[in-house]
Design a protein around this ligand. Structure first.
Ligand code: ADP
Ligand code: MG
Length: 441
């Protein structure tokens, strides 16, 4: 058998879908490799072709163009060495948990005794010990998904493909199951040689993968890759983890200028200080949501004024904020959403806060402010003390306004807390600013 060393190789994959006369490019020129021992995440907004790629990789679908090589040989039909786990796993409601897992083995002619032993072992490993005789309806969503995992693992796939396997679960079950999958994988005592997981959750990708392949949509394509060099088990709050998350966000934001040019410098440093535009997060979210709905997510700025019923000053401050935070790019009178901007527009309130927090932690005025608070006694300072310090850098009215904006943004991101009565600003004790060193000068 010819071999190039890769377990899987995609060469210039194109996928065109047709509806009547219309041709729609769902995947454009995707080339990708997967080596033995790798856990790779495909990350991108919904509609960028992630599920399409998984179907092509597992041989459930033929691409319009391009080649899929498995262990160096062109894939023909369904790949018998690959298994796919979907977002919600269909279990047979009339079979017990144990039988649901054994079914997969029966189909491969594994003798009954061995079948049962292997199924029991897997159920034990995913934490379903004691539920072997239960029926799917008696289980929670998280437990049902575990049965799905056990069934997928039962056939001992060389390549395990997962399509947003945790997105239908509640937060706790998702986290538990991520941990269990990682433990199975890193323990090395399963025959799976590589994992390819689709997700649109950035933290999840950084938590699990060795490499993250970032995709964009319209047309669906690979933009870049980020290597994750953190040992397992990974600590979500560790500076190195947050730094990698930031790196992924920055890649998604498609920053073209070096960051110090884009963001300016912090007060007290030499260079251009960039003022925070005076806008509310609500209005910013409104702009991003609006852009997410127009074709190509690109629009003439002047037409936005009308559509958003904003005066032009206000609108320009909004577009400036969107650009500063990496949610949009501006050029030739147009504003275009970045993939990060799209992600924000589609995200839940909680996820928006997290995205916003990662972004503003990079803004120099915030770095300055959080560094000052971190070094203060009790991690808090009176507002007028901060204002006096800021007045060394900005004219007094400007200093006051910059501080107001910083407080509003920081509160939204849950990085800062402000006591209105005592006029005291402090770091949110559980917030990312107090526990992370990311972005410190
Ligand atoms: P993702 O998994 O990243 O959300 P998909 O691979 O499901 O993306 O879809 C990519 C694009 O292709 C979407 O715009 C989707 O509507 C379209 N698409 C997916 N499957 C088909 C199909 N069978 N026929 C037509 N269009 C499809
Ligand atoms: Mg999908």
């Amino acid at each position: 058998m010819p071999t190039n060393g890769y377990l899987l190789e995609l060469q210039h994959i194109n996928q065109v879908y047709r509806s009547g006369e219309r041709k729609f490019i769902a995947v454009q020129d995707v080339s990708l490799t997967l080596s033995e021992g790798e856990f790779v995440c495909l990350l991108g907004p919904s509609g960028c072709g992630k599920s399409t790629l998984l179907r092509i990789i597992t041989g459930l679908q033929q691409p319009s163009e391009g080649r899929v090589l498995y262990r160096g040989a062109p894939l023909q039909g369904v790949n018998p060495h690959a298994t796919i786990v979907f977002q919600t796993f269909a279990l047979f409601p009339w079979l017990t948990v144990l039988d649901n897992v054994e079914v997969a083995l029966k189909a491969r002619n594994v003798p009954p005794k061995l079948r049962t032993a292997r199924a029991l072992d897997l159920l034990d490993r995913v934490g379903l010990d004691g539920f072997e005789m239960a029926y799917p309806r008696e289980l929670s969503g998280g437990m049902r998904q575990k049965v799905g995992f056990a069934r997928a693992m039962a056939v001992e796939p060389e390549l395990l493909c997962l399509d947003e396997p945790f997105s239908a679960l509640d937060v706790l079950s998702a986290e538990a199951l991520r941990g269990e999958l990682l433990e199975l994988w890193t323990s090395g005592n399963i025959p799976t040689r590589a994992i390819l997981m689709v997700t649109h959750n950035i933290e999840e990708a950084v938590f699990m993968a060795d490499r993250i392949v970032l995709m964009e949509k319209e047309p669906g394509r690979v933009v870049t890759e980020v290597q994750v060099e953190l040992p397992h088990p990974r600590q979500r709050k560790s500076p190195a983890f947050l730094e990698t998350v930031d790196q992924v966000y920055a890649a998604l934001a498609g920053q073209t200028q070096p960051e110090h040019v884009e963001l300016g410098v912090a007060p007290g440093e030499t260079g251009r200080i960039r003022f925070l535009p005076n806008i509310t997060i609500n209005d910013l979210a409104g702009l991003l949501e609006h852009l997410a709905e127009v074709p190509d997510h690109r629009h003439d700025i002047y037409r936005l004024a009308e559509e958003l019923r904003a005066d032009s000053d206000h609108l320009l401050r909004l577009t400036e904020a969107a650009e500063l935070l990496g949610f949009a790019t501006i050029g030739q009178g147009d504003i275009a959403l970045t993939p990060l901007g799209e992600t924000f527009a589609e995200a839940s309130i909680l996820a928006r806060k997290e995205i916003f927090a990662t972004r503003i932690r990079r803004v120099p005025v915030f770095r300055w402010l959080t560094a000052m608070l971190r070094s203060a006694e009790g991690q808090q300072l009176k507002k007028d003390v901060i204002q006096t310090a800021l007045e060394l850098e900005f004219p007094p009215e400007e200093a006051g306004q910059q501080l107001e904006i910083a407080i509003n943004w920081g509160r939204y991101a849950e990085l800062l807390a402000y006591d209105d009565a005592d006029e005291v600003l402090f770091l949110e004790p559980t917030g990312a600013a107090s526990r992370s060193q990311v972005g410190q000068p």
